[in-house]
Design a protein around this ligand. Structure first.
Ligand SMILES: NC(=O)c1ccc[n+]([C@@H]2O[C@H](COP(=O)([O-])OP(=O)(O)OC[C@H]3O[C@@H](n4cnc5c(N)ncnc54)[C@H](O)[C@@H]3O)[C@@H](O)[C@H]2O)c1
Length: 418
């Protein structure tokens, strides 16, 4: 019997339309779904998923259930659930526990409800499901065959668990597939972060000093898109190689200490803690806008912002004004939670098509393989390449093939200068 807790089941009609719209832009995942429908590789598999409950996630859930799986789903962030999608999933018979605006307590209640379904495979985005099972629900470990992880921060946490000898089942790091991070983190986060800022503030980007903290895959995607819209982009980094890349990509690079005095808009994409803190906030211009697109809401220190503010008010949805003691005002978007999901709709369906195709194929891989050791695994190369091939075909792009001569040439060490 389906069990669920969502904001309002009456939103299901709109949710179904939104899922249809996403599905239309996810040809690779649809192809996998058709295959799953025929072969039922996930029959008798209970999947527990802690993912952003978006229209694209719903398309993934449909693919998994087409393969024969039962799915229990909760959100992977208290502010990212699309309530109409959660309602539609409940109507479609999925065990879904998610609504926008969960408290921390409610968030973990939902995670625990998913664990109550005794998942055999876990799908995580940020590793909250895996860590809850390992720390609070160890009884559930016995039935888990393996899992997947969607994001950089989750993979970092899982590798730390592996290093400590704490990880008790195998996890495939979907984030680290080329067909994931090169597109999802770069183009997906890049575009949808701008979308979140636009929907919340509608400020003009052209001519603004736009500070990107962290020039990783998300950060560079964002920097390039902000530049494309006419912003003057400044990058803050701690990694010398990435800082150098940013310089050669044409961006100004400087420490936050300096950037904080000249930035108009600041976005963190580091996966790190307290990247923007009191000492930076105290230097910021009146009206500066602060947003985060990294996984957790710790990149902008909200305790610091609270401590230097004399007054706080909500200007509009997802936009909080903080008045400092000297009357300057700073604006925080989406409570410092990932702005692209909390204030917009997350990544476009076209990129989630590839990320979730990897997810679906990795779940199938976990069910097919002999028991794997409890480690963090890369996405098998065949899956990564298959996703790229299917995407190219779907968008009507043909590529060359190596000739026999070329295959031989690149495999030899004897041929040199001619
Ligand atoms: N918003 C989304 O939808 C979304 C999508 C994918 C990933 N993410 C999250 O975004 C974050 C970044 O992911 P990524 O794939 O770009 O990671 P990444 O490892 O490629 O990049 C992070 C960068 O931040 C830099 N950095 C770390 N600490 C810093 C500091 N104190 N100041 C300045 N730079 C610092 C690192 O040197 C690195 O270059 C992670 O938390 C990830 O989980 C969010």
């Amino acid at each position: 019997m389906t069990e669920f807790k969502v904001k309002d089941v009456l939103l299901a009609k709109q949710g179904i339309l939104s899922i249809e719209w996403a599905s239309k832009h996810m040809p690779v995942l649809n192809q996998i779904r058709h295959q799953f429908e025929k072969e039922k590789p996930l029959a008798h598999t209970m999947i527990g998923a802690c993912l952003h409950v978006t229209k694209e996630t719903a398309v993934l859930v449909e693919a998994l259930t087409a393969g024969g799986a039962d799915v229990a789903l909760c959100g992977s962030n208290p502010l990212s659930t699309q309530d109409e999608v959660a309602a539609a999933l409940a109507e479609k018979g999925i065990n879904v526990y998610a609504w926008r605006g969960e408290t921390t307590e409610e968030y973990y209640w939902c995670v625990n409800k998913v664990i109550d379904h005794k998942p055999m495979i876990t799908l995580d985005d940020g590793a909250d499901l895996v860590s809850t099972i390992h720390m609070k629900r160890i009884g559930a470990l016995e039935g888990v065959r393996g899992g997947t992880e969607e994001t950089t921060t989750g993979v970092i946490r899982l590798r730390a668990m592996e290093k400590d000898g704490a990880l008790k089942y195998p996890i495939i790091a979907v984030n680290d597939a080329y067909t994931k991070y090169l597109f999802d983190n770069r183009y997906g986060t890049g575009q949808s972060t701008i979308d979140g800022i636009m929907r919340t503030t509608n400020v003009l980007l052209a001519g603004k000093n736009f500070v990107v903290c962290g020039y990783g895959w998300c950060g560079r995607g964002l920097a390039w898109r902000a530049k494309g819209m006419g912003a003057s982009v400044i990058v803050a980094e701690v990694d010398p190689v990435r800082a150098l890349e940013a310089v050669m990509d044409g961006f100004r690079v400087m420490p936050m200490d300096k950037a904080s005095a000249i930035g108009d808009i600041f976005v963190t994409t580091t996966g790190d803690i307290s990247v923007i803190r009191k000492e930076h906030m105290l230097k910021m211009k009146d009206g500066a806008i602060l947003a985060n697109s990294g996984h957790f809401n710790v990149e902008i220190s909200i305790p610091d912002l609270d401590s230097i503010s004399s007054f706080k008010r909500t200007i509009r949805c997802n936009l909080e004004e903080y008045r400092l003691q000297d009357e300057r005002k700073l604006y925080l978007l989406a409570q410092g939670r990932l702005v692209n999901l909390a204030a917009a709709e997350g990544h476009p369906s076209e990129v989630m098509d590839m990320s979730f195709a990897n997810q679906a194929l990795c779940v199938e891989h976990l069910t097919k393989k002999e028991k794997m050791k409890p480690k963090v695994y890369s996405v098998p190369k065949e899956i990564d390449e298959l996703v790229a091939k299917l995407k190219l075909t779907a968008i009507g792009v043909e590529i060359d093939k190596l000739t026999e001569e070329q295959k031989k040439y690149i495999a030899t060490w004897e041929a040199g200068t001619v």
